[in-house]
Ligand binder design. Structure first.
Ligand SMILES: Cc1cc2nc3c(=O)[nH]c(=O)nc-3n(C[C@H](O)[C@H](O)[C@H](O)COP(=O)(O)OP(=O)(O)OC[C@H]3O[C@@H](n4cnc5c(N)ncnc54)[C@H](O)[C@@H]3O)c2cc1C
Length: 469
Protein backbone atom coordinates (compact mmCIF):
# COMPACT_ATOMS: atom_id res chain seq x y z
CA UNK A 1 0.00 0.00 0.00
CA UNK A 2 2.02 2.95 -1.23
CA UNK A 3 0.20 6.05 0.06
CA UNK A 4 -0.14 6.47 3.82
CA UNK A 5 -2.00 9.19 5.68
CA UNK A 6 -2.60 10.12 9.30
CA UNK A 7 -6.32 10.29 8.55
CA UNK A 8 -8.55 9.18 5.69
CA UNK A 9 -11.97 10.81 5.56
CA UNK A 10 -14.62 9.21 3.37
CA UNK A 11 -17.24 11.79 2.36
CA UNK A 12 -16.74 15.49 1.60
CA UNK A 13 -20.08 16.71 2.97
CA UNK A 14 -20.33 19.09 5.94
CA UNK A 15 -19.04 16.44 8.40
CA UNK A 16 -16.03 15.45 6.30
CA UNK A 17 -15.13 19.00 5.30
CA UNK A 18 -15.35 20.34 8.86
CA UNK A 19 -13.16 17.47 10.10
CA UNK A 20 -10.61 18.07 7.31
CA UNK A 21 -10.38 21.73 8.35
CA UNK A 22 -9.51 20.91 11.97
CA UNK A 23 -7.04 18.15 11.04
CA UNK A 24 -5.43 20.17 8.24
CA UNK A 25 -4.93 23.15 10.50
CA UNK A 26 -3.05 20.89 12.94
CA UNK A 27 -0.77 19.73 10.10
CA UNK A 28 -2.02 16.13 9.90
CA UNK A 29 -1.74 14.42 6.55
CA UNK A 30 -5.35 13.95 5.48
CA UNK A 31 -6.95 12.43 2.42
CA UNK A 32 -10.58 13.27 1.76
CA UNK A 33 -12.24 10.87 -0.67
CA UNK A 34 -15.61 11.49 -2.28
CA UNK A 35 -17.34 10.06 -5.31
CA UNK A 36 -18.70 13.46 -6.29
CA UNK A 37 -16.76 15.67 -8.68
CA UNK A 38 -16.87 18.54 -6.19
CA UNK A 39 -16.85 18.83 -2.39
CA UNK A 40 -20.09 19.68 -0.59
CA UNK A 41 -21.93 16.39 0.04
CA UNK A 42 -25.68 16.14 -0.50
CA UNK A 43 -26.78 19.50 0.81
CA UNK A 44 -23.95 21.63 -0.63
CA UNK A 45 -23.57 19.62 -3.84
CA UNK A 46 -21.73 21.67 -6.47
CA UNK A 47 -21.43 24.68 -4.16
CA UNK A 48 -17.93 25.61 -5.42
CA UNK A 49 -19.10 26.15 -8.99
CA UNK A 50 -22.74 27.22 -8.44
CA UNK A 51 -23.67 30.47 -10.16
CA UNK A 52 -25.28 33.36 -8.25
CA UNK A 53 -28.76 32.62 -9.67
CA UNK A 54 -28.45 28.92 -8.78
CA UNK A 55 -27.46 29.81 -5.22
CA UNK A 56 -30.47 32.09 -4.88
CA UNK A 57 -32.82 29.37 -6.20
CA UNK A 58 -31.38 26.81 -3.77
CA UNK A 59 -31.55 29.24 -0.84
CA UNK A 60 -29.40 30.65 1.95
CA UNK A 61 -28.89 27.26 3.65
CA UNK A 62 -27.28 26.00 0.44
CA UNK A 63 -25.12 29.09 -0.10
CA UNK A 64 -23.84 28.78 3.49
CA UNK A 65 -21.91 25.68 2.43
CA UNK A 66 -19.25 27.82 0.74
CA UNK A 67 -17.87 28.65 4.19
CA UNK A 68 -16.64 25.03 4.54
CA UNK A 69 -14.56 25.00 1.35
CA UNK A 70 -11.46 26.70 2.83
CA UNK A 71 -10.96 23.45 4.83
CA UNK A 72 -9.39 22.07 1.66
CA UNK A 73 -6.83 24.87 1.39
CA UNK A 74 -4.47 23.36 3.98
CA UNK A 75 -1.32 21.96 2.33
CA UNK A 76 -1.59 18.68 4.20
CA UNK A 77 -5.15 17.98 2.98
CA UNK A 78 -5.55 16.06 -0.29
CA UNK A 79 -9.05 15.98 -1.76
CA UNK A 80 -9.51 13.03 -4.11
CA UNK A 81 -12.66 13.90 -6.07
CA UNK A 82 -14.65 11.43 -8.16
CA UNK A 83 -13.28 8.61 -5.98
CA UNK A 84 -15.76 5.82 -5.20
CA UNK A 85 -14.68 3.84 -2.16
CA UNK A 86 -15.58 0.19 -2.67
CA UNK A 87 -13.71 -1.51 0.18
CA UNK A 88 -12.48 -0.54 3.62
CA UNK A 89 -10.69 -3.20 5.65
CA UNK A 90 -10.47 -3.41 9.46
CA UNK A 91 -6.70 -2.78 8.99
CA UNK A 92 -7.66 0.65 7.57
CA UNK A 93 -6.75 -0.08 3.96
CA UNK A 94 -9.05 1.83 1.65
CA UNK A 95 -9.67 0.85 -1.97
CA UNK A 96 -11.34 3.19 -4.40
CA UNK A 97 -11.86 3.81 -8.10
CA UNK A 98 -11.31 7.12 -9.83
CA UNK A 99 -11.69 7.71 -13.57
CA UNK A 100 -11.72 3.98 -14.27
CA UNK A 101 -8.60 3.18 -12.25
CA UNK A 102 -8.52 1.40 -8.90
CA UNK A 103 -6.11 2.50 -6.18
CA UNK A 104 -5.48 1.89 -2.51
CA UNK A 105 -4.19 3.84 0.45
CA UNK A 106 -3.68 3.28 4.16
CA UNK A 107 -4.49 5.52 7.10
CA UNK A 108 -3.84 5.49 10.80
CA UNK A 109 -7.37 6.74 11.46
CA UNK A 110 -10.51 6.51 9.31
CA UNK A 111 -13.45 8.88 9.57
CA UNK A 112 -16.55 7.59 7.80
CA UNK A 113 -18.66 10.63 6.84
CA UNK A 114 -20.78 9.12 4.10
CA UNK A 115 -24.03 10.84 5.11
CA UNK A 116 -27.55 9.70 4.40
CA UNK A 117 -29.52 8.04 1.64
CA UNK A 118 -33.22 8.31 0.90
CA UNK A 119 -35.38 5.71 2.62
CA UNK A 120 -36.94 3.32 0.10
CA UNK A 121 -40.57 4.07 -0.78
CA UNK A 122 -41.87 0.95 -2.53
CA UNK A 123 -45.45 0.91 -3.86
CA UNK A 124 -47.03 -0.52 -7.00
CA UNK A 125 -45.52 1.17 -10.06
CA UNK A 126 -42.58 2.88 -8.31
CA UNK A 127 -40.13 1.26 -10.72
CA UNK A 128 -41.75 2.82 -13.82
CA UNK A 129 -39.58 5.18 -15.88
CA UNK A 130 -40.47 8.74 -14.95
CA UNK A 131 -40.63 7.90 -11.24
CA UNK A 132 -37.51 8.98 -9.36
CA UNK A 133 -36.64 10.02 -5.86
CA UNK A 134 -37.10 13.68 -4.98
CA UNK A 135 -33.42 13.69 -3.95
CA UNK A 136 -32.45 12.64 -7.48
CA UNK A 137 -34.61 15.47 -8.84
CA UNK A 138 -32.80 17.86 -6.52
CA UNK A 139 -29.39 16.57 -7.70
CA UNK A 140 -30.38 17.40 -11.30
CA UNK A 141 -31.38 20.89 -10.16
CA UNK A 142 -28.20 21.44 -8.11
CA UNK A 143 -25.73 20.12 -10.67
CA UNK A 144 -27.32 20.88 -14.03
CA UNK A 145 -30.18 23.31 -13.38
CA UNK A 146 -32.52 20.66 -14.83
CA UNK A 147 -36.25 20.46 -14.09
CA UNK A 148 -38.47 17.36 -14.38
CA UNK A 149 -41.07 17.06 -17.18
CA UNK A 150 -44.55 18.50 -16.55
CA UNK A 151 -47.04 17.66 -15.23
CA UNK A 152 -44.95 16.82 -12.15
CA UNK A 153 -46.28 15.39 -8.89
CA UNK A 154 -44.31 15.08 -5.62
CA UNK A 155 -45.38 12.25 -3.31
CA UNK A 156 -44.25 11.14 0.12
CA UNK A 157 -43.27 12.59 3.44
CA UNK A 158 -40.54 14.54 5.21
CA UNK A 159 -39.08 18.05 5.22
CA UNK A 160 -37.00 17.43 2.08
CA UNK A 161 -40.19 16.91 0.04
CA UNK A 162 -41.37 20.44 0.82
CA UNK A 163 -37.87 21.91 0.44
CA UNK A 164 -37.60 20.56 -3.09
CA UNK A 165 -41.06 21.86 -4.01
CA UNK A 166 -40.03 25.30 -2.68
CA UNK A 167 -36.70 25.20 -4.57
CA UNK A 168 -38.56 24.35 -7.81
CA UNK A 169 -40.90 27.25 -7.14
CA UNK A 170 -37.92 29.59 -6.68
CA UNK A 171 -36.61 28.29 -10.02
CA UNK A 172 -39.92 29.31 -11.63
CA UNK A 173 -41.22 25.73 -11.87
CA UNK A 174 -44.57 25.09 -10.22
CA UNK A 175 -45.17 21.42 -9.54
CA UNK A 176 -48.73 20.22 -10.09
CA UNK A 177 -49.45 18.66 -6.69
CA UNK A 178 -48.01 17.41 -3.43
CA UNK A 179 -49.41 14.05 -2.35
CA UNK A 180 -48.34 13.85 1.28
CA UNK A 181 -48.28 10.38 2.83
CA UNK A 182 -47.48 11.44 6.43
CA UNK A 183 -49.97 9.33 8.46
CA UNK A 184 -52.77 11.27 10.15
CA UNK A 185 -51.89 9.99 13.64
CA UNK A 186 -48.29 11.23 13.51
CA UNK A 187 -49.04 14.75 14.75
CA UNK A 188 -50.55 13.45 17.99
CA UNK A 189 -47.47 11.26 18.53
CA UNK A 190 -45.16 14.23 17.82
CA UNK A 191 -46.92 16.74 20.11
CA UNK A 192 -45.30 15.51 23.38
CA UNK A 193 -41.93 16.42 21.75
CA UNK A 194 -43.07 19.94 20.81
CA UNK A 195 -41.81 21.71 23.96
CA UNK A 196 -38.29 20.39 23.26
CA UNK A 197 -38.54 21.45 19.63
CA UNK A 198 -39.63 24.95 20.62
CA UNK A 199 -36.28 25.39 22.40
CA UNK A 200 -34.75 25.39 18.92
CA UNK A 201 -37.61 26.51 16.72
CA UNK A 202 -35.41 27.42 13.73
CA UNK A 203 -36.40 24.24 11.87
CA UNK A 204 -40.10 24.65 12.68
CA UNK A 205 -40.11 28.27 11.50
CA UNK A 206 -38.37 27.33 8.26
CA UNK A 207 -40.80 24.46 7.66
CA UNK A 208 -43.87 26.62 8.28
CA UNK A 209 -42.52 29.35 5.96
CA UNK A 210 -41.92 26.78 3.23
CA UNK A 211 -45.44 25.35 3.56
CA UNK A 212 -46.88 28.88 3.47
CA UNK A 213 -45.02 29.67 0.22
CA UNK A 214 -46.34 26.48 -1.40
CA UNK A 215 -49.88 27.28 -0.23
CA UNK A 216 -49.59 30.85 -1.54
CA UNK A 217 -48.49 29.52 -4.93
CA UNK A 218 -51.74 27.51 -5.02
CA UNK A 219 -50.09 24.08 -5.25
CA UNK A 220 -52.73 21.44 -4.40
CA UNK A 221 -51.68 19.56 -1.24
CA UNK A 222 -53.36 16.20 -0.57
CA UNK A 223 -52.76 15.14 3.05
CA UNK A 224 -52.64 11.72 4.77
CA UNK A 225 -52.69 10.04 1.37
CA UNK A 226 -52.73 6.24 1.19
CA UNK A 227 -52.95 3.36 -1.33
CA UNK A 228 -50.52 4.91 -3.83
CA UNK A 229 -50.26 3.31 -7.28
CA UNK A 230 -48.20 4.71 -10.16
CA UNK A 231 -49.77 3.84 -13.50
CA UNK A 232 -48.39 3.93 -17.02
CA UNK A 233 -47.53 1.90 -20.08
CA UNK A 234 -43.72 1.84 -20.08
CA UNK A 235 -43.62 5.33 -18.51
CA UNK A 236 -45.44 6.91 -15.59
CA UNK A 237 -48.71 8.51 -16.70
CA UNK A 238 -50.66 8.97 -13.46
CA UNK A 239 -50.63 8.58 -9.69
CA UNK A 240 -53.68 7.01 -8.05
CA UNK A 241 -54.22 7.41 -4.29
CA UNK A 242 -56.82 7.97 -1.59
CA UNK A 243 -57.00 11.18 0.43
CA UNK A 244 -59.79 12.67 2.54
CA UNK A 245 -61.75 9.44 2.09
CA UNK A 246 -61.90 9.90 -1.70
CA UNK A 247 -60.01 8.22 -4.56
CA UNK A 248 -57.90 10.51 -6.78
CA UNK A 249 -56.01 10.11 -10.04
CA UNK A 250 -53.52 12.77 -11.09
CA UNK A 251 -51.96 12.68 -14.56
CA UNK A 252 -48.18 13.16 -14.48
CA UNK A 253 -45.17 12.87 -16.76
CA UNK A 254 -42.81 12.82 -13.76
CA UNK A 255 -43.41 11.54 -10.24
CA UNK A 256 -40.86 12.44 -7.55
CA UNK A 257 -41.09 10.32 -4.40
CA UNK A 258 -39.50 10.78 -0.97
CA UNK A 259 -39.86 8.96 2.34
CA UNK A 260 -37.26 10.62 4.60
CA UNK A 261 -33.55 9.92 4.88
CA UNK A 262 -31.63 7.22 6.75
CA UNK A 263 -27.93 6.78 7.59
CA UNK A 264 -25.81 5.30 4.82
CA UNK A 265 -24.45 2.27 6.68
CA UNK A 266 -22.79 0.43 3.79
CA UNK A 267 -19.22 1.00 5.03
CA UNK A 268 -19.97 0.63 8.75
CA UNK A 269 -21.90 -2.59 8.06
CA UNK A 270 -19.16 -3.96 5.81
CA UNK A 271 -16.75 -3.47 8.73
CA UNK A 272 -19.17 -5.34 10.98
CA UNK A 273 -19.27 -2.43 13.45
CA UNK A 274 -21.91 -2.55 16.20
CA UNK A 275 -25.22 -1.05 15.04
CA UNK A 276 -28.39 -0.17 16.93
CA UNK A 277 -31.99 0.11 15.78
CA UNK A 278 -33.50 3.58 16.30
CA UNK A 279 -37.24 3.08 16.65
CA UNK A 280 -38.00 6.82 16.36
CA UNK A 281 -35.95 7.41 13.20
CA UNK A 282 -36.86 3.92 12.04
CA UNK A 283 -33.38 3.02 10.87
CA UNK A 284 -30.11 1.47 11.97
CA UNK A 285 -27.10 3.54 12.89
CA UNK A 286 -23.58 2.59 13.97
CA UNK A 287 -23.10 2.73 17.74
CA UNK A 288 -20.72 5.61 18.56
CA UNK A 289 -19.68 7.78 21.46
CA UNK A 290 -19.90 11.59 21.38
CA UNK A 291 -16.71 11.79 19.30
CA UNK A 292 -17.95 9.27 16.74
CA UNK A 293 -15.73 6.42 18.05
CA UNK A 294 -17.16 3.07 16.94
CA UNK A 295 -16.79 -0.49 18.20
CA UNK A 296 -13.58 -0.85 16.12
CA UNK A 297 -10.48 1.10 17.19
CA UNK A 298 -9.27 3.55 14.54
CA UNK A 299 -12.72 4.07 13.00
CA UNK A 300 -15.00 7.00 13.71
CA UNK A 301 -18.31 7.98 12.11
CA UNK A 302 -19.53 11.59 11.87
CA UNK A 303 -22.55 13.32 10.36
CA UNK A 304 -25.80 11.80 9.16
CA UNK A 305 -24.08 8.44 8.65
CA UNK A 306 -24.12 8.10 12.45
CA UNK A 307 -27.77 9.18 12.86
CA UNK A 308 -29.89 11.77 11.05
CA UNK A 309 -29.37 15.22 12.57
CA UNK A 310 -28.96 17.62 9.61
CA UNK A 311 -26.13 19.49 7.93
CA UNK A 312 -25.15 21.92 10.70
CA UNK A 313 -25.06 19.12 13.27
CA UNK A 314 -22.96 17.09 10.81
CA UNK A 315 -20.30 19.83 10.71
CA UNK A 316 -20.18 20.00 14.52
CA UNK A 317 -19.93 16.21 14.70
CA UNK A 318 -17.10 16.25 12.14
CA UNK A 319 -15.13 18.75 14.23
CA UNK A 320 -15.66 16.73 17.42
CA UNK A 321 -14.40 13.58 15.71
CA UNK A 322 -11.38 15.46 14.34
CA UNK A 323 -10.47 16.82 17.79
CA UNK A 324 -10.65 13.30 19.25
CA UNK A 325 -8.37 12.06 16.44
CA UNK A 326 -5.91 14.89 17.20
CA UNK A 327 -5.77 13.67 20.78
CA UNK A 328 -5.26 10.06 19.64
CA UNK A 329 -2.42 11.22 17.40
CA UNK A 330 -0.83 13.04 20.34
CA UNK A 331 -1.22 16.45 18.69
CA UNK A 332 -3.29 17.87 21.55
CA UNK A 333 -3.85 16.91 25.18
CA UNK A 334 -7.11 15.64 26.62
CA UNK A 335 -7.61 19.00 28.34
CA UNK A 336 -7.09 20.90 25.09
CA UNK A 337 -9.53 18.64 23.32
CA UNK A 338 -12.14 19.20 26.01
CA UNK A 339 -11.73 22.96 25.87
CA UNK A 340 -11.88 23.07 22.07
CA UNK A 341 -14.87 20.67 21.93
CA UNK A 342 -17.22 22.57 24.20
CA UNK A 343 -18.78 24.92 21.59
CA UNK A 344 -19.36 22.11 19.10
CA UNK A 345 -20.80 19.82 21.80
CA UNK A 346 -23.23 22.52 22.91
CA UNK A 347 -24.24 23.34 19.32
CA UNK A 348 -24.78 19.65 18.56
CA UNK A 349 -27.11 19.38 21.53
CA UNK A 350 -29.00 22.48 20.42
CA UNK A 351 -29.48 21.13 16.89
CA UNK A 352 -30.76 17.86 18.32
CA UNK A 353 -33.63 19.52 20.22
CA UNK A 354 -36.03 19.62 17.27
CA UNK A 355 -35.19 16.07 16.15
CA UNK A 356 -37.62 13.93 18.24
CA UNK A 357 -40.54 16.15 17.12
CA UNK A 358 -39.55 15.96 13.44
CA UNK A 359 -38.83 12.23 13.62
CA UNK A 360 -42.22 11.47 15.19
CA UNK A 361 -44.07 13.85 12.84
CA UNK A 362 -42.50 12.32 9.72
CA UNK A 363 -42.38 8.68 10.84
CA UNK A 364 -42.88 6.62 7.66
CA UNK A 365 -46.25 5.10 6.78
CA UNK A 366 -46.67 1.31 7.25
CA UNK A 367 -47.75 1.05 3.60
CA UNK A 368 -44.13 1.60 2.47
CA UNK A 369 -42.48 -0.44 5.23
CA UNK A 370 -44.59 -3.50 4.52
CA UNK A 371 -45.66 -3.11 0.89
CA UNK A 372 -48.36 -5.13 -0.87
CA UNK A 373 -47.37 -8.57 -2.21
CA UNK A 374 -47.18 -7.44 -5.84
CA UNK A 375 -44.76 -4.55 -5.12
CA UNK A 376 -41.15 -4.97 -6.20
CA UNK A 377 -38.89 -4.32 -3.20
CA UNK A 378 -35.47 -5.36 -4.59
CA UNK A 379 -35.30 -3.39 -7.82
CA UNK A 380 -32.01 -4.90 -9.03
CA UNK A 381 -33.21 -8.50 -8.88
CA UNK A 382 -36.96 -7.71 -9.25
CA UNK A 383 -38.00 -9.51 -6.05
CA UNK A 384 -41.49 -8.64 -4.79
CA UNK A 385 -42.67 -8.26 -1.19
CA UNK A 386 -44.89 -11.32 -1.79
CA UNK A 387 -41.83 -13.40 -2.73
CA UNK A 388 -40.06 -12.34 0.49
CA UNK A 389 -43.15 -13.46 2.45
CA UNK A 390 -43.10 -16.79 0.56
CA UNK A 391 -39.43 -17.24 1.52
CA UNK A 392 -40.44 -16.78 5.19
CA UNK A 393 -43.15 -19.44 4.76
CA UNK A 394 -40.41 -21.74 3.44
CA UNK A 395 -38.22 -21.13 6.52
CA UNK A 396 -36.25 -17.96 5.71
CA UNK A 397 -35.37 -16.28 9.01
CA UNK A 398 -33.68 -13.05 7.92
CA UNK A 399 -32.41 -10.83 5.10
CA UNK A 400 -29.17 -12.78 4.58
CA UNK A 401 -31.08 -15.99 4.02
CA UNK A 402 -33.41 -14.08 1.64
CA UNK A 403 -30.34 -13.70 -0.58
CA UNK A 404 -30.03 -17.44 -1.06
CA UNK A 405 -33.79 -17.98 -1.28
CA UNK A 406 -34.20 -15.49 -4.14
CA UNK A 407 -31.23 -13.13 -4.67
CA UNK A 408 -32.82 -10.17 -2.83
CA UNK A 409 -30.08 -7.58 -2.19
CA UNK A 410 -27.54 -9.25 -4.49
CA UNK A 411 -27.74 -6.82 -7.42
CA UNK A 412 -25.57 -3.82 -8.26
CA UNK A 413 -26.95 -1.60 -5.46
CA UNK A 414 -25.83 -4.21 -2.87
CA UNK A 415 -28.98 -3.75 -0.82
CA UNK A 416 -28.85 0.04 -0.51
CA UNK A 417 -32.40 0.44 -1.90
CA UNK A 418 -34.03 -2.66 -0.45
CA UNK A 419 -32.22 -3.50 2.81
CA UNK A 420 -34.62 -1.75 5.15
CA UNK A 421 -37.73 -2.97 3.33
CA UNK A 422 -36.62 -6.61 3.16
CA UNK A 423 -35.83 -6.62 6.90
CA UNK A 424 -39.11 -4.95 7.74
CA UNK A 425 -41.23 -7.33 5.59
CA UNK A 426 -39.53 -10.33 7.23
CA UNK A 427 -39.87 -8.84 10.74
CA UNK A 428 -43.61 -8.20 10.24
CA UNK A 429 -44.22 -11.66 8.80
CA UNK A 430 -42.36 -13.35 11.69
CA UNK A 431 -43.88 -11.01 14.31
CA UNK A 432 -40.36 -10.01 15.42
CA UNK A 433 -38.57 -6.72 16.07
CA UNK A 434 -36.23 -5.26 13.43
CA UNK A 435 -33.12 -5.80 15.53
CA UNK A 436 -34.05 -9.46 16.02
CA UNK A 437 -34.24 -9.94 12.26
CA UNK A 438 -31.13 -7.85 11.46
CA UNK A 439 -29.77 -6.45 8.22
CA UNK A 440 -27.84 -7.65 5.18
CA UNK A 441 -24.22 -8.58 5.75
CA UNK A 442 -22.52 -6.08 3.44
CA UNK A 443 -19.49 -7.26 1.52
CA UNK A 444 -17.10 -5.53 -0.85
CA UNK A 445 -17.22 -4.26 -3.48
CA UNK A 446 -19.64 -1.73 -1.96
CA UNK A 447 -20.31 -0.26 -5.39
CA UNK A 448 -19.93 -2.02 -8.75
CA UNK A 449 -16.43 -2.02 -10.26
CA UNK A 450 -15.24 -3.52 -13.50
CA UNK A 451 -12.58 -6.20 -13.81
CA UNK A 452 -10.57 -3.71 -15.88
CA UNK A 453 -10.57 -1.29 -12.93
CA UNK A 454 -9.54 -4.03 -10.55
CA UNK A 455 -6.78 -5.18 -12.89
CA UNK A 456 -5.49 -1.59 -13.17
CA UNK A 457 -4.50 -1.52 -9.53
CA UNK A 458 -0.81 -1.22 -8.62
CA UNK A 459 -0.21 -3.98 -6.11
CA UNK A 460 3.09 -4.41 -4.34
CA UNK A 461 4.58 -7.83 -3.72
CA UNK A 462 2.87 -8.49 -0.43
CA UNK A 463 -0.02 -10.83 -1.27
CA UNK A 464 -1.72 -9.94 2.03
CA UNK A 465 -2.36 -6.47 0.70
CA UNK A 466 -4.58 -7.64 -2.11
CA UNK A 467 -8.24 -6.53 -1.79
CA UNK A 468 -10.73 -9.19 -0.83
CA UNK A 469 -12.93 -8.51 -3.88
C1 LIG B 1 -30.46 13.10 -1.76
C2 LIG B 1 -30.38 13.98 -0.54
C3 LIG B 1 -30.55 15.36 -0.66
C4 LIG B 1 -30.46 16.20 0.46
N1 LIG B 1 -30.66 17.53 0.31
C5 LIG B 1 -30.67 18.33 1.41
C6 LIG B 1 -30.92 19.73 1.29
O1 LIG B 1 -31.08 20.25 0.20
N2 LIG B 1 -30.96 20.47 2.43
C7 LIG B 1 -30.75 19.91 3.66
O2 LIG B 1 -30.80 20.62 4.68
N3 LIG B 1 -30.49 18.59 3.79
C8 LIG B 1 -30.45 17.80 2.70
N4 LIG B 1 -30.23 16.46 2.84
C9 LIG B 1 -29.82 15.96 4.17
C10 LIG B 1 -28.31 16.29 4.21
O3 LIG B 1 -27.70 15.48 3.25
C11 LIG B 1 -27.61 16.02 5.47
O4 LIG B 1 -28.22 16.52 6.61
C12 LIG B 1 -26.16 16.52 5.45
O5 LIG B 1 -25.68 16.70 4.15
C13 LIG B 1 -25.32 15.50 6.15
O6 LIG B 1 -23.97 15.80 5.98
P1 LIG B 1 -22.89 14.64 5.99
O7 LIG B 1 -21.57 15.32 5.92
O8 LIG B 1 -23.15 13.72 7.10
O9 LIG B 1 -23.14 13.81 4.66
P2 LIG B 1 -23.35 14.20 3.15
O10 LIG B 1 -23.52 15.64 2.94
O11 LIG B 1 -24.42 13.30 2.64
O12 LIG B 1 -21.97 13.77 2.48
C14 LIG B 1 -21.61 12.44 2.35
C15 LIG B 1 -20.67 12.31 1.18
O13 LIG B 1 -20.15 10.98 1.17
C16 LIG B 1 -19.97 10.60 -0.16
N5 LIG B 1 -19.96 9.14 -0.21
C17 LIG B 1 -20.89 8.27 0.25
N6 LIG B 1 -20.50 7.00 0.02
C18 LIG B 1 -19.31 7.07 -0.61
C19 LIG B 1 -18.41 6.10 -1.13
N7 LIG B 1 -18.63 4.76 -1.02
N8 LIG B 1 -17.28 6.53 -1.75
C20 LIG B 1 -17.01 7.86 -1.86
N9 LIG B 1 -17.83 8.82 -1.39
C21 LIG B 1 -18.96 8.43 -0.76
C22 LIG B 1 -21.14 11.21 -0.90
O14 LIG B 1 -20.82 11.41 -2.27
C23 LIG B 1 -21.33 12.54 -0.17
O15 LIG B 1 -20.70 13.60 -0.83
C24 LIG B 1 -30.25 15.62 1.73
C25 LIG B 1 -30.08 14.23 1.85
C26 LIG B 1 -30.14 13.42 0.73
C27 LIG B 1 -29.95 11.93 0.89
Amino acid sequence: MSERFDVAIIGAGPAGLAAAGVLGQAGCSVTLLDEQAEPGGQIYRGIGSASGPRKSVLGADYAAGASLLPSLAHDSVTHIAGATVWEVTPERDIYYSQAGKASGLKAEHVLVATGATERPMPFPGWTLPGVMTAGAGQILLKTAGMLPPSPCVLAGSGPLLFLIAAQYLAAGFKIDAIVETTPRGNLAKALPHLPGALLNNKYLRKGLAMLASLRKAGIPHYKASTSLVAEGDGQVEALKFTSGGKPHRLACASLLIHNGVVPNVQISRSLNLDHAWDSLQHCWHPVTDASGATSLAGFRVAGDGGGIAGAEAAAHGGRLAALAILEDLGKITGGERQARSSDDSAALKWHGRARPFLDALYAPAREFLEPADSTIVCRCEEVTAGKIREFVDLGCLGPNQAKSFGRAGMGPCQGRYCGLTVSSVIAAKLGKEMDEVGYYRIRPPLKPITLRELASMDLDDDADERPAA
